[in-house]
Write a protein that binds this ligand. Sequence first.
Ligand SMILES: NC(=O)C1=CN([C@@H]2O[C@H](COP(=O)(O)OP(=O)(O)OC[C@H]3O[C@@H](n4cnc5c(N)ncnc54)[C@H](O)[C@@H]3O)[C@@H](O)[C@H]2O)[C@@H](O)CC1
Ligand SMILES: [K+]
Length: 500
Amino acid sequence: MQPGCEPLYSAAQVRELDRLAIEQRGVPGYELMTRAGAAAFAALRRHWPEARRVHVLCGAGNNAGDGYVLARLARAEGWYASVGWLADPGRLQGAARTAWEDAVEAGVTVAPFDAGRLTACEVIVDGLLGTGLQRGVEGDWAAAIAAVNASGVPVLALDIPSGLAADTGRVPGTAIRAALTVTFIGRKLGLYTGQAADYVGELVFAGLELPADLAADMPPRAWLAGYDCAAARLAPRSRTAHKGAFGHVLIVGGRPGMGGAARLAGEAAARVGAGLVSVATDPGHVAAVLAARPELMAAGVDGAPDLEPLLERASVIGLGPGLGQGRWSRALFERLLRAEQPLVLDADALNLLAAAPLRRDDWVLTPHPGEAARLLGTDTAAVEADRVAAVQQLQQRYGGVVLLKGAGSLVCDGAVVWIAAGGNPGMASGGMGDVLTGVIAGLRAQGLTPAEATVAGAVLHAAAADRAARDGERGLLAGDLLTPLRALVNPGQDHHAAHD
Ligand SMILES: NC(=O)C1=CN([C@@H]2O[C@H](COP(=O)(O)OP(=O)(O)OC[C@H]3O[C@@H](n4cnc5c(N)ncnc54)[C@H](O)[C@@H]3O)[C@@H](O)[C@H]2O)[C@@H](O)CC1
Ligand SMILES: [K+]
């Protein structure tokens, strides 16, 4: 178990959990489906307390079964409940067939899909496709989904928005854009990464009262790391602590004109609690770095030999912010690859690494999808098509801990994959990666392992961005994260932190 983390499963694993519940624990399939429909209906009422008219779209599998149950329960409460189907319910089998028969008997109107009916209800329920998605949605189904998305009526998705791939978060064709998704039995990995954030809306998990040990022998595909997971690594400090106990981060980067990147990384390392922070950068930036942040030490370096005195004092190196790829950059990069200290590599350090691949076990690599593609010798689309596979391949090839950035940032240490919760599109702006490098290096300097520092760093970075975005996502600056970061790395002393 990973403290403070939630397990995430593949579609095949959740199918196996269904099977175990039915065959080993004796919960009949129709009972599970009834619990799923009931949990979704309860979530619907909480989310839309005024609603009394619901239209349920049903497909050909058990996801449709959940939909027929929900329609029946709504009808039993005196709601107007109708079903529009894309697959003839006469062909349904097993529990889903029973669910349809019971819905009809209860007085639910069941008819072929008609886009004209969509706007006659207050909430649309999506029971078209669940974990059984086999290919990109097209044809009549794609047209129906487009009509739903264009209707302006809010959608509750059963288990997963139809068309979203449960293992990757990819949308191979088209998909439902839900306001609320209620997912059953196990959290599907694809709800948290890839394109999921554009489709899932608010996410509610319904365990369907299955025993907690059902998944005991099933290692999850990944772990969702939230703020509690980071906070668990941030123990209160000893009252007698001194700055020597919290490490000395050396940030190396900032070719001419890019000094801000190195400064942001340095400042972030200091803000998360590193004892000392030095910045090695182009000599032209030293005065500006010192003037902006007098707590930082700054050294102008003309070449690799100038790094030697700095390396004698550093305990962790963050390499890459604003580094560039020219002669100066390459000389520093090549010297630091041989450094004894643990490394955090970002930006151009990763591009230089892609040109001359190498493995180290104690480093952290933090590529965005473009850098990841260069490191793997592929293209960005291939990385994004299966982000979990990509982060695992990167780790296998380069060693250490790899963080693949993007909505639903992924971390892999070779054994385990984590997804960092939180974050927002305001983070798509210059300097955000530099801050992340500094955060991870600052946490490493305080004794967190590479995996701990990277998972906690990604979570804290996203949480800080979410706080800063309360004033608006557009126009969010990387420097805006620094103040919230300080609050977030002091969990016991910041009573708001745990509730964000
Ligand atoms: N007893 C159980 O197994 C339970 C299952 N549950 C529900 O069952 C779902 C999984 O059910 P199924 O495995 O039947 O799968 P689905 O309900 O996702 O649908 C599978 C059907 O859709 C068709 N299909 C796949 N891709 C398509 C596409 N692109 N366009 C058109 N048709 C397509 C398949 O041929 C198949 O007929 C879960 O997501 C969940 O909602 C829940 O009711 C909980 C209990
Ligand atoms: K669905």
